[in-house]
Ligand binder design. Structure first.
Ligand SMILES: O=C(O)CCC(=O)C(=O)O
Ligand SMILES: [Fe+2]
Length: 268
């Protein structure tokens, strides 16, 4: 287990005292009202530089995939009218490096494995405990978005996501987010309203998706299951590099075989 001293070399604990109850309360308040909390300068610039070097070293291992789907991550269904979100085709393209390919001493493991970091996430999410994936691929992913690559509008299957931006592109590659656009708990996919948001590409009078202001080192925690979100196409030669720290609220779970084959091209 990494010590808090090791953690302090990676995370700026002075600016983000993640074990402080008042800091946790502030983050939780923001998260509860906006469905998202973004902490700029969470990872120290020196540690971010190490991560960029690591990412460049591992870029050749990335599995690149392209998915055609709709916002609900199902196949688009043209039998629904144009006004219904289920009929809208969406494209997502990115490359992924998997947990087993991330070196033992990586700062990413220092963050992901840290009990202090997990307790902080639990405090914001109102969870008792968070667990890694049982499969060797899905807990930490280093994602690469090359020029023209994007993640189209979608809702996540997982309740929440934790991301860390490591390298931003010259332009594009923005994370855009509209909170509370469906209600999974009530089995309400809100297809017609979501369809109108798609028609305006998130720039309509009632739903305007402002891009999140994120710089390398920004940690983002968001409720992606009920929030419509996307990553706009990357412009320019510099790759967008983003880490996803994925946790479960129950032990022993693996990502589904179909999802592992789709995103990683293998099962283990
Ligand atoms: O790359 C990002 O910033 C968001 C990632 C995301 O939405 C996803 O992996 O589902
Ligand atoms: Fe997502």
């Amino acid at each position: 287990m990494p010590s808090n001293a090791a953690l302090a070399d990676v995370i700026n604990l002075d600016a983000h005292p993640i074990d402080d109850l008042e800091f946790q309360r502030q983050c939780r308040t923001t998260f509860d009202s906006n469905g998202i909390v973004a902490l700029n300068g969470f990872v120290r610039p020196e540690a971010c530089r190490d991560l960029i070097t690591e990412a460049n070293d591992h870029r050749a291992l990335a599995f690149f995939s392209e998915q055609d789907h709709n916002v609900y991550l199902d196949a688009p269904d043209p039998s629904f009218p144009q006004s219904d979100a289920r009929s809208h085709p969406i494209v997502s393209t990115k490359g992924a490096v998997t947990t087993d390919q991330i070196p033992d001493g990586s700062h990413l493991r220092t963050i992901y494995d840290s009990p202090t970091f997990r307790s902080f996430l639990c405090a914001i999410l109102g969870e008792q405990e968070l667990y890694e994936y049982a499969d060797p691929l899905s807990s930490i992913n280093l994602n690469f978005y090359e020029e023209g690559q994007e993640l189209g509008w979608h809702f996540d299957n997982s309740e929440f996501s934790v991301t860390l931006l490591v390298q931003e592109p010259e332009a594009g590659g923005d994370f855009e987010y509209i909170n509370h656009l469906r209600d999974t708990a009530a089995h309400d996919n809100n297809e017609i309203e979501v369809g109108t948001v798609l028609d305006t590409d998130g720039r309509g009078p009632t739903h305007w998706a402002a891009p999140l202001v994120a710089a390398p080192g920004t940690l983002v925690l968001f409720r992606g299951r009920d929030a419509l979100h996307r990553v706009t196409p990357v412009i320019g030669e510099q790759t967008r590099v983003l880490v996803v720290f994925a946790y479960n609220t129950e032990p022993g779970l693996s990502l589904s075989e179909s999802a592992r084959l789709t995103f990683f091209g293998r099962l283990d």
